[in-house]
Design a protein around this ligand. Structure first.
Ligand SMILES: *Cc1c(COP(=O)(O)O)cnc(C)c1O
Length: 455
């Protein structure tokens, strides 16, 4: 018999029952991912060594909407739909005629948007018979999300955590262990890629690119037992994240409001894509809606990178894709928004930027922490340093409205909370947080090493 209590607990919900796939709506087809070993487009068998078949199918799917399985909907209901909040107190603080809204993804159990795809990836891997997942994590958000998902769905998880975050954020690694995950600092001496980096620089702070190499290497060498799982960048990851934007759309519709500006931070592009892509069909039909991707000026992939083919990781094991990149061996400065320290960008986000459908902005970390402090004081929520980039941009857009008198509706995605980032906030309040120069020479040097691809 159906359990009626669920109906009493669950409010009438805006939660969508399918994801939005932008592939068929892109201005051009995406270039195929290239196998770094062969230099040729991947064939299916090569991809299934890394990813579950169901996820590869989603990666290249040309269906506009893909149903969310019922078991997954039941898990999503633990924290979804997430609230769309009017930041009235922030508006008052800024004395702006603009309306500011934020979509609060920080209310998930892991504290960010990441469980939206972690649950889906664990679900499809389990369904396809994967025994274990390997992955990387920057700030620890993705690692926590996947460990939680592995725990819910019943699949083991091994995480390579970027060294600098492993040291700066010990609590994230404890959280991953609580959910049953195994965590190694990257570079580690467990893989060829890790050992090579340690030989070059024993004090290497690590990078997402390198941690990806380690996780990919472990999956490839497992002989089929383990698969690799990526927390951003790929099409299927953004597909799962579109639940954020679809909900936001419904919530705005209920309010009878259409947003003028949508803002989100970008590391690999998944919370930005998830938040904004469901609005792209409206934009293509001529609706005037701006979308701004915000990145750190110390890792300025969209604003200073090149749109070329490049490796997804440092050790050249991950697929080569066409994207904005700073070069696969670019080591971004150790800023506190660890989740934004990635040299590349989602191919879908990259194409939309290249085609002029979305905009990008870059900010140094002190300006973002200042915005985060204002937001915390006004709304009470302590944002993740990553999300503070979106907040900075939203505040600046609202301040522009103050000058012009425009009553724009500005919405940003609060991708996560910053409860594990207190050390960074303390450094900021004590005036000890460094802004890094735009690492132009490092980027130029790294961009010399992009692969030559003829397809
Ligand atoms: C991982 C992370 C990001 C950056 O990743 P995207 O894939 O670009 O969204 C942003 N905010 C938070 C809180 C994160 O955990």
């Amino acid at each position: 018999m159906e359990d009626k209590t669920k109906k009493y607990i669950l409010p009438e919900t805006e939660m969508p029952t399918s994801w939005y796939n932008i592939n068929p709506d892109l201005p051009k087809p995406l270039a195929p991912p290239i196998n770094p070993q062969t230099g040729k487009p991947f064939i299916l068998d090569e991809l299934t060594a890394l990813f579950a078949p169901s996820l590869i199918e989603q990666e290249v799917s040309m269906k506009n909407y893909i149903d969310i399985p019922k078991d997954l909907l039941d898990i999503y209901r633990l924290w979804r739909p997430t609230p769309l909040v009017r930041a009235e107190r922030l508006e008052q603080m800024l004395d702006t005629p603009a309306k500011i809204f934020f979509k609060n993804e920080s209310v998930s159990p892991a504290g960010s948007h990441k469980p939206n795809t972690a649950m889906a990836q664990a679900y499809y891997n389990k369904k396809d018979g994967t025994g274990r997942l390997t992955t990387e994590t920057g700030a620890g958000q993705w690692g926590c999300a996947l460990c939680l998902a592995g725990n819910f769905i019943g699949i083991d998880v091994t995480v390579y955590m970027v060294r600098v975050s492993y040291d700066q954020k010990p609590y994230r690694k404890i959280m991953m262990r609580m959910y049953g995950g195994k965590v190694h600092a990257s570079p580690s001496n467990l893989t060829d890629a890790g050992r090579a980096m340690l030989a070059q620089d024993p004090n290497s702070p690590g990078s997402l690119g390198l941690a990806i190499s380690e996780a990919v290497e472990e999956a490839v060498k497992s002989g089929g037992e383990a698969k690799y799982s990526l927390g951003s960048v790929l099409n299927h990851v953004i597909l799962h994240q579109t639940i954020v934007g679809l909900e936001t759309k419904k919530q705005f519709e209920k309010l009878g409001i259409t947003p003028d500006v949508l803002i989100a931070c970008v590391g690999g592009g998944s919370n930005f894509g998830g938040f904004t892509f469901p609005f792209i069909p409206d934009k293509l039909k001529g609706k005037n809606i701006r979308m701004i991707a915000v990145e750190p000026s110390s890792c300025p992939t969209l604003t200073k990178g090149k749109y070329v083919f490049d490796y997804g990781d440092t050790a050249k094991m991950a697929p080569i894709v066409q994207m904005y990149t700073l070069g696969h061996d670019f080591m971004p400065p150790s800023i506190h928004a660890g989740g934004l320290r990635y040299h590349g960008m989602s191919p879908q986000v990259s194409m939309l930027y290249h085609e002029g459908l979305i905009e990008a902005a870059a900010y140094p970390q002190n300006a973002c922490f200042e915005a985060a402090m204002m937001f915390a004081k006004a709304e009470g929520i302590i944002p993740a340093p990553e999300s503070s980039h979106a907040i900075r941009c939203a505040i600046d857009e609202a301040l522009k409205c103050k000058k012009t008198g425009e009553k724009k509706v500005i919405a940003f995605n609060l991708s996560g909370h910053g409860h594990f980032d207190m050390t960074a906030y303390e450094l900021f309040m004590d005036g000890k947080l460094k802004d890094y120069e735009y690492p132009e020479e490092m980027i130029e040097k790294s961009l010399e090493k992009i692969p030559k691809v003829n397809i």
